[in-house]
Design a protein around this ligand. Structure first.
Ligand code: ATP
Ligand code: MG
Length: 247
């Protein structure tokens, strides 16, 4: 089987909660190896979309494929090919750093020997070897973030969903996190990332901007800036939010 051209592909993807439409006919296609920034105001529907793409929440309309698998019907297969770092870190504060890695690795079904190797590699790669016996709850936010990313990558997924991975961490930690993101993309991983930091949006290959459940813009940061005559993604984001308000 040849790998599909797109890592993530949706058509009219929709999620209702009762009468409320949280995600409204979202159509996107993310190429393999791309860093795709998924932007939008609070409550725009980003997390809801990601949960559907990760096979954690069923769409109520439209369709989507991730790593070539149908997100509605093949959620379990999707899960094996993706890493997911949720908006609220899913780490256990009352486990040691190393124990969190073992726990997540076993959730992903890694066999014992491989698990051990991957945990040691993750500790080294993310600079956590010295704190492996520390209680996770006592780590500073930037360290927890690295641990959460390390946990999401143990099974070497080809597509990585990061939902506000840098919320609450300092600028230096954010910069080094993005260095890691770029390295992962250079290795051929697809990165699907949400953020409210517009400087981070500038680092993405393409961005989409979501509002009230709909994608209202999608292109490279430079094309969007040019089209809207704005110097920064921050300016164009604000412009788009204002425009929608007057419509
Ligand atoms: N299980 C649910 N039941 C009802 N409404 C929900 C549910 N989950 C999300 N929503 C609503 O759907 C909308 C989109 O929420 P979502 O969490 O996807 O937004 P978001 O773009 O991730 O926002 P933020 O930037 O604040 O994380 C919100 O109005 C939210 O209240
Ligand atoms: Mg969210």
């Amino acid at each position: 089987m040849t790998a599909p051209e797109y890592a993530v592909e949706t058509r009219d993807l929709t999620r209702r909660f009762g009468n409320f439409v949280a995600v409204n006919k979202v159509t996107i296609a993310v190429r393999r190896g791309e860093i795709f920034g998924f932007l939008g105001a609070n409550g725009a529907g980003k997390t809801t979309t990601i949960r559907m793409l990760c096979g954690l929440l069923k769409p109520t309309g439209g369709e989507g494929r991730v790593a070539g698998f149908d997100i509605g019907r093949e959620g379990e297969k999707v899960k094996r090919h993706i890493g997911y770092m949720s908006q609220k870190f899913s780490l256990y504060n009352d486990l040691k750093v190393e124990e969190n890695l073992y726990f997540f690795g076993s959730v992903y079904g890694l066999p014992e020997r491989q698990l051990k190797t991957q945990v040691v590699a993750a500790l080294e790669r993310f600079g956590l070897s010295d704190v492996r016996q520390e209680m996770t709850g006592r780590l500073p936010p930037g360290w927890k973030q690295r641990l959460a990313l390390g946990s999401a990558l143990l099974h070497e997924p080809e597509i990585i969903f990061l939902d506000e991975p840098t919320g609450g961490v300092d600028p230096l930690a954010r910069r080094s996190f993005w260095d890691t993101i770029h390295r992962l993309a250079a290795d051929g991983k697809t990165i699907f990332v949400t953020t409210h930091y517009m400087d981070e949006a500038e680092y993405c290959d393409r961005i989409s901007i979501m509002r009230d459940g709909r994608v209202i813009a999608l292109d490279t940061p430079s094309s969007l800036k040019e089209r809207l005559g704005k110097a920064t993604v921050q300016d164009l984001f604000i412009e788009l939010m204002r425009r929608e308000e007057v419509e």
